[in-house]
Design a protein around this ligand. Structure first.
Ligand SMILES: [Mn+2]
Length: 402
């Protein structure tokens, strides 16, 4: 805890708060760090009657709400918000441990402006020893950003934001948040449509909410004096279940596509599709409700957001040049394709360059051509020969068949 935090004063009449914890097959002891829980159709035995009995000790202060079927984190949180009775709602993961005086610093900015969403600074709780320890070096403030493939990233608070504050313990503006832990005025959360109900399970909902809040007149502040420990898991202890059935491609990429198609402008959408070319072919469902909401709330465009809020994204992740080529790289002689061997984009061919006329992939330094060795099905560099079809590669893109 930062020393300065002991000396801040907070308003005495802070809004009443509901803490919402969504869980699915969570460990019992870990879950019991909770105040108000919403159950996402768990099938672990001790989460049934055992839990009902356990929470009786709080005499109604803790409510347990069970989904009739698996809904996923995103939809269940929206349900929790609707059922909550507090003026402010705090979402926590089901494996957290709050620190001393964590709540007043989170509520004070919302008390000043109900359209401010606040995020505690997340400390780590070791998944083996349950030791509590800070993740960030003391005296450093980070904030949430993103890269063009929509991976969540953090960046040290840039001077432009840091210079607005006298103290490092003051709340500061952040373009996005990691997703798990935050506080928000309940009516405001519902006014802006909670989470897009078309987002499945989890992934991208943190961006959806962040872009929506900023572009539609609100703001996000990270609060250094509010600390909450979070158990970082070593593995994902559950599957996406039936929610992932009949969905082609990656569920999370579909979520990202919904988010960027709603909130990005044409220029920035292209950077996403450069990183995730296959996303163009994914069925994201109907986003007309989201687009209508954006119009109804008279939200600002993505260019405004990038210039005024997320300006440090460009420093870390510059605008992407278009892909030179993308798609299947097929050998003419044998019809076999190059394989990335599971490497994720952006992956580079290194020093090969592609020639449209000859279909050659040429090493720029040696001038040799990429050649398929038909017997071993391995690749080699050999002197270029216009008649050797083992050196000819076609690059085509069409909807991949998953
Ligand atoms: Mn978590």
């Amino acid at each position: 805890m930062i020393e300065e935090c002991k000396y801040w004063h907070y308003p005495t009449k802070l809004p009443k708060t509901s803490v919402i914890i969504v869980f699915h097959n969570e460990g019992f002891s870990v879950l019991m760090r909770t105040v108000h829980t919403v159950d996402d159709f768990s099938d672990k035995d001790n989460l049934k009657t055992n839990l009902d009995n356990y929470i009786k000790r709080w005499r109604g202060k803790v409510r347990l709400i069970r989904n009739e079927q698996r809904e996923g984190l995103i939809r269940t949180r929206s349900r929790g918000a609707k059922e909550a009775t507090g003026e402010v709602i705090v979402f926590l993961d089901a494996h957290c441990e709050v620190n001393v005086n964590w709540l007043p610093p989170l509520l004070a900015p919302i008390y000043r402006d109900y359209r401010t969403m606040t995020v505690p600074v997340i400390d780590g709780v070791d998944h083996k020893t349950f030791e509590y320890r800070p993740v960030y070096a003391q005296g450093t403030n980070f904030r949430g950003i993103f890269e063009w493939g929509m991976l969540y990233k953090e960046n040290e608070v840039p001077d432009r934001e840091a210079n607005r504050h006298k103290h490092k313990s003051e709340p500061y503006k952040s373009p996005t948040h990691a997703g798990g832990l935050f506080a928000i005025n309940r009516n405001y959360f519902l006014e802006i449509g909670a989470y897009d109900p078309g987002l499945l399970v989890w992934g991208g909902e943190n961006f959806e909410l962040s872009f929506k809040i900023w572009q539609c007149g609100g703001s996000i502040e990270w609060v250094p004096c509010s600390r909450v420990g979070h158990v970082y898991r070593a593995f994902m202890p559950y599957s996406f279940g039936n929610l992932a059935k009949n969905r082609k491609g990656s569920l999370i990429t579909i979520n990202y596509k919904r988010v960027i198609e709603t909130w990005f402008d044409d220029e920035h959408k292209e950077y996403f599709y450069t990183r995730e070319p296959n996303a163009r072919f994914l069925d994201m469902g109907d986003i007309s409700d989201q687009v209508a909401l954006k119009e109804k709330l008279k939200c600002k465009d993505f260019g405004w957001f990038m210039e005024n809020v997320a300006y440090d994204v460009y420093d870390k992740f510059p605008k992407l040049p278009k892909n030179v080529k993308w798609g299947m790289v097929k050998n003419k002689a044998s019809s076999v394709c190059l394989d990335t061997m599971g490497k994720a984009a952006p992956a580079y061919i290194g020093k090969h360059t592609y020639e449209d006329e000859t279909n050659h992939l040429i090493h720029r330094l040696h001038g040799y051509c990429l050649t398929l060795q038909p017997h071993s099905r391995t690749l080699a560099l050999a002197p270029c020969d216009p008649n050797n079809t083992y050196q000819q590669w076609t690059i085509t893109h069409k909807a991949p068949s998953w």
